[in-house]
Design a protein around this ligand. Structure first.
Ligand code: ZN
Length: 499
């Protein structure tokens, strides 16, 4: 029990906040996995009421009063102090939005995911555009309520995902990626090296893919007594607390999509499973930020999961699951194939090298939508032009262009940059870890636990006690430095392509 009397009085409110949050998260998981199509508008009403109740609890005058007294009284533990900081920030964020608008927005996004999914399926951007415009208007309005002295709206939005990162430093980061990677990708394309990956596509049964997915999840350390593996159109991870972390994958005829999305989601899950008991089910009991989360998932998926050393001990097992498709394919051919660079249209299918250019495009477009008021109906055109310019490919259909991602339908503007930052954080952490442990050696011996233990010790166990920037500094001894990421990519792909 807390030493601080006001904190003890605050506890029932904190528990209520957590319960309401958990219920909403569970509805999100359900609507993405098992809920029937027609449920959405009805469920949206229940979600709207839960979210209004959450809003009222966080912004309750009594809660504000107790936060103030808690701070005056002092004597809080580090975890309590972090909970008070998160609660007070959340209260400030919500307080500037009228309750009615907050509820309307929750209802709108619960429904808009379904409208988006239908529009994508029918390849009909016009069917989604009016909803997208509404969602965007809400987000701009909310940002304007939150903006402090002349702060730009997109900066307000970015800060809610990644503290300490705004347009100024993201412009610099993405400029560096553009300058380095666009010409490098052209160079690879002109290198004359052809990588054969046709065998990754074909008649891979859903059932066998699920067997492989479960095997890989367990192999990287996902604990099935504290988690489940489901199926959804877009793979994602849902975290209720450190004893219930759920991941999904999607099965297609490209076997590598499901294999690597499972490893990716396991990276997220290991982070949440590594949150200590004293932090879980508190406002400080999740990963530090979206970017730090992506650093973990991408570290497992790409840096580790696509390395030869990772597959050395487990490739024979994969061949056993798919004897007809992979039985005659050597380990080297497999590893080359899963690292093939192919500028394409779909972000979630992008290779590791071109991935961040998909994010660069979304970052530039979000800036245009929010800062330059780009009309929503011009999106398909702007999208196609940018793909042509940076990746040399042009979408013919909206479903493989601007309609491919769920994020904007949920109002998640400002989320995409976290993916690219995560890649860069991961490479910086990797560079540092390699100085302390023989990562390839551990992978060859199948000792993934040693790698996860390191991350748990230096990152996971802190939850939100520290920001991503602080964690990065403490783990690597320096501030964010994107050079590690571009160097890592150029080194890896120069070797793979023999240039
Ligand atoms: Zn992810």
């Amino acid at each position: 029990m807390s030493e601080n009397k006001a904190y003890r009085e605050l506890t029932p409110y904190l528990e209520r906040i957590m319960a309401l949050q958990t219920a909403q998260i569970l509805f999100e998981w359900d609507s993405e996995t098992l809920a029937p199509v027609e449920a959405a508008p009805y469920t949206a009403r229940a979600v709207g009421i839960l979210s209004e109740s959450y809003y009222r609890t966080v912004t309750d005058e009594k809660v504000k009063e107790l936060i103030r007294v808690c701070r005056e009284e002092g004597g809080l533990t580090e975890a309590e102090d972090a909970v008070i900081r998160e609660l007070s920030e959340e209260a400030k964020q919500l307080d500037c939005v009228p309750a009615e608008e907050y509820r309307e927005f929750a209802e709108l996004t619960a429904e808009s995911a379904v409208i988006w999914a239908k529009a994508r399926k029918e390849n009909d951007f016009d069917a989604f555009a009016p909803t997208l415009e509404k969602v965007l208007d809400y987000q701009k309005r909310f940002a304007s309520y939150r903006a402090k002295d002349g702060q730009k709206l997109y900066d307000v939005i970015l800060d809610s995902y990644e503290k300490g990162f705004n347009m100024e430093n993201l412009d610099r980061f993405f400029e560096k990626l553009k300058e380095t990677l666009v010409p490098f990708i052209r160079k690879l394309e002109n290198s004359g090296t052809e990588i054969e990956d046709g065998f990754l596509t074909g008649d891979y049964s859903r059932q066998k893919q699920e067997e492989a997915a479960r095997f890989l999840a367990e192999y990287v350390g996902f604990d099935f007594s504290k988690g489940v593996l489901g199926e959804s159109a877009h793979p994602f991870t849902t975290n209720l607390h450190n004893h219930d972390v759920r991941i999904t994958t999607a099965y297609s005829d490209h076997v590598d999509d499901s294999l690597f999305s499972v490893i990716h989601e396991c990276g997220h899950a290991l982070y949440e499973l590594g949150i200590p008991d004293e932090l879980t089910q508190t406002l400080a009991g999740q990963g530090a930020s979206m970017g730090m989360h992506e650093s973990q998932s991408r570290f497992y998926e790409n840096i580790i999961g696509r390395s030869r050393a990772f597959w050395e001990p487990v490739y024979p097992r994969l061949q056993k699951i798919f004897p007809q498709q992979l039985g005659g394919i050597s380990l080297d051919r497999f590893v080359h194939a899963v690292n093939k660079v192919q500028p394409g249209l779909i972000r979630t299918q992008a290779d590791e090298l071109t991935y961040s250019l998909h994010i660069l495009i979304r970052y530039e477009i979000e800036k245009m939508l929010i800062e330059d008021n780009l009309p929503v109906n011009e999106l398909p055109q702007v999208w196609a032009d940018k793909y042509e310019e940076y990746l040399g490919v042009r979408p013919e259909k909206a479903s493989e262009g601007v309609l491919q991602d769920i994020h904007w339908s949920q109002g998640s503007f400002g989320y995409f940059p976290s993916y690219a930052l995560g890649n860069a954080f991961g490479a910086q952490i990797y560079f540092h870890m390699k100085k302390q442990m023989d990562i390839d050696g551990l992978l060859r011996e199948g000792k993934l636990a040693a790698i996860t233990d390191y991350l748990r010790e230096h990152i996971h166990r802190y939850g939100k006690l520290k920001t991503s920037r602080q964690l990065l500094k403490e783990v690597t001894g320096e501030d964010f430095n994107p050079e590690y990421y571009t160097d890592y990519l150029i080194d890896k792909y120069s070797r793979l392509y023999g240039i």
